[in-house]
Design a protein around this ligand. Structure first.
Ligand SMILES: Nc1ncnc2c1ncn2[C@@H]1O[C@H](COP(=O)(O)OP(=O)(O)OP(=O)(O)O)[C@@H](O)[C@H]1O
Ligand SMILES: CC(C)(CO)[C@@H](O)C(=O)[O-]
Ligand code: BAL
Length: 255
């Protein structure tokens, strides 16, 4: 969606190293934003982004207009079953339908051999693997690790919404996930998900600027089915969404 940062550029570098031709897409997709979300204020800086991509040797930048992609009607055809029931799907009704539709359209237009996405958007990655599999798309989906600031904050274009005070407090988000990982890895027996969730929530609540915890979700890493217990052999995906002041942040960790 543009406003490129090191997380995006790491995906680009990997794509550049592994392919003959690299295409980047920049499109702020209206159909994956809810009516009260930040579509209008999402940062747009196409020339700066284009220069960054050119410097990394990207061959093509695909930056269509909303009209190019949707015409007048914003119709979304691809409705991935079950994703509205994930924690992120419940927090953003209709979001995954918008993502599934636009990714299908981008794949049909670009016809990539390999497509690169970031683990920061964990449910989105599971969703994209699912549609590629279910709709028999001839695309390899590659998921790259979340790139973080030196204090642990997951890089995101939305971090620019944070005030300096909020930015200072933001590492608490990743710290809360690390506390959950430590708890699970230190235990010889399975840990109840409720206990893991409470650990994450109590670390988040220690920061007064956290104004809301939308969810802390403990799920199977590949299916997104929620787990009652976590053991260190099978592992889990622990993901969360919270608000720091008025800014919505998401992050996750794989155990
Ligand atoms: N910190 C990161 N590390 C690795 N990949 C990332 C990171 N941030 C974003 N990506 C990936 O880059 C791709 C483009 O993401 P997008 O343009 O939505 O950026 P974003 O920074 O996640 O934006 P926002 O936080 O506003 O949703 C997605 O596959 C996303 O998962
Ligand atoms: C997958 C995606 C390109 C769909 O607009 C977007 O959600 C993103 O960049 O993460
Ligand atoms: N990177 C996820 C896209 C979104 O927040 O809409």
């Amino acid at each position: 969606m543009g406003a490129l940062h090191e997380g995006h550029l790491t995906l680009v570098r990997q794509a550049r190293a592994e392919n003959d031709v690299v295409v980047a897409s920049i499109f702020v997709n209206p159909t994956q934003f809810g009516p009260n979300e930040d579509f209008d204020k999402y940062p747009r800086q196409l020339q700066i982004d284009s220069d960054k991509l050119a410097a990394l040797g990207v061959d093509y930048l695909f930056a269509p207009s909303v009209n190019d992609m949707y015409g007048k009607d914003h119709v979304t055809y691809v409705d991935p079953e079950g994703f509205d029931d994930t924690s992120e799907g419940k927090a953003r009704p209709g979001h995954f339908r918008g993502v599934a539709t636009i990714v299908t359209k981008l794949f049909n237009i670009v016809q990539p051999t390999n497509a690169y996405f970031g683990q920061k958007d964990a449910a989105q990655c599971v969703l994209i693997r699912r549609i590629v599999d279910d709709l028999n798309m001839d695309v390899n989906v590659i998921v790259a690790e979340t790139v973080r600031e030196s204090d642990g904050l997951a890089m995101s274009s939305r971090n620019t919404y944070l005030t300096p005070t909020e930015r200072h407090a933001a590492p608490i988000v990743y710290q809360s996930l690390c506390a959950a990982r430590t708890l699970v890895l230190a235990s010889n027996v399975a840990v109840e998900s409720a206990v893991v969730r409470k650990t994450v929530e109590s670390v988040l609540r220690s920061e007064p600027l956290i104004s809301a915890i939308q969810y802390v979700s403990i799920d199977n890493k590949s299916t997104m089915q929620s787990l009652e217990q976590v053991n260190r052999e099978d592992g889990a995906l622990i993901s969360l969404a919270c608000k720091l002041g008025s800014v919505r942040l998401i992050d996750n960790i794989i155990i």
